[in-house]
Design a protein around this ligand. Structure first.
Ligand SMILES: [Zn+2]
Length: 269
């Protein structure tokens, strides 16, 4: 499942290739054909993300709402577009570029009111300028649920996935099993500010790096991480490896249906 920075990056990439110009809109797979016909030839006016939801805006109030889910994929390419495979749910094409969407959980044409309803049920997104971290803290601070589970709850905070939750808790020395109600507002503010910075960098670089300069491979004289997720991290998928700070063993456990990673020494209860 992609994390929020990937979806914000996709919004930027859609706009860069298709913004302000009419697009040829099709659904080779056939599941989005009627909507594609309505949008064909319209201009992509804006694109935005909220958490893991992507919204492509056409004309004044038409939106394509996309959620990639576990299997959704987006591929950009240069024109001329090759003949599409029949797995392409949505293709946009113009005379310089094309982009194919395959396998999303959601790809639907919606109006402003429906879009607003989606925003209303999502928690604040650290990558959105309109985000209100205090709204998230009000819910966190009333909850007995662990902070590691709360960070993955899209109704409370949106866009944070398994990598950012593990890394941000490590960076602040917070035990992932602490209850939300035991988190101070100062701690929450620090987590939020850090997420804003880390996730913005994620959008820029299109990958997740979370280690501070002093813990980078060059600074520590260690080999760079080898993992298909790329990026330098402290704990994510580093189970049984030595912690970059204390040298102790990174641990893993199941939490909120995903593998949690943490250092029990640096993140004391
Ligand atoms: Zn440690």
């Amino acid at each position: 499942m992609p994390e929020g920075h990937t979806i914000h990056r996709l919004a930027e990439d859609y706009l860069a290739s298709f913004g302000g110009r009419p697009a040829h809109v099709t659904s080779p797979q056939g599941k989005f054909t009627d909507a594609a016909a309505l949008l064909d030839g319209a201009e992509l006016t804006t694109a935005e993300a909220h958490g893991k939801h992507l919204f492509l805006g056409f004309r004044a109030a038409d939106w394509i709402h996309i959620h990639l889910g576990l299997f959704g994929k987006v591929d950009f390419g240069d024109a001329p577009a090759p003949p599409p495979t029949d797995t392409v749910r949505l293709r946009l094409a113009n005379n310089t570029a094309f982009v194919d969407l395959r396998g999303p959980t959601t790809c639907a044409l919606i109006m402003d009111t429906e879009k607003q309803a989606i925003h209303d049920r999502l928690g604040p997104d650290p990558l959105r300028p309109d985000a209100d971290p205090a709204a998230a803290y009000r819910r966190v601070s009333r909850s007995r649920t662990t902070i590691a589970a709360l960070l993955m709850d899209q109704k409370i905070i949106s866009g944070v996935g398994n990598v950012y939750r593990a890394e941000v808790l490590f960076r602040h020395g917070i035990d992932p099993y602490r209850a939300g109600k035991d988190l101070t507002s100062t701690e929450w503010d620090a987590i939020w500010t850090d997420l804003v910075e880390l996730m913005r960098e994620g959008v820029r670089n299109n990958r997740i790096d979370t280690v501070r300069p002093e813990h980078a491979p060059e600074a520590m004289g260690r080999p760079p991480r080898v993992d298909d997720h790329g990026g330098e991290v402290y704990v994510y998928r580093r189970a049984n490896l030595p912690c970059h700070i204390c040298g102790g063993e990174i641990r893993t456990a199941d939490l909120a249906a995903r593998n949690l990673f943490w250092c029990p020494t640096c993140q004391k209860p």
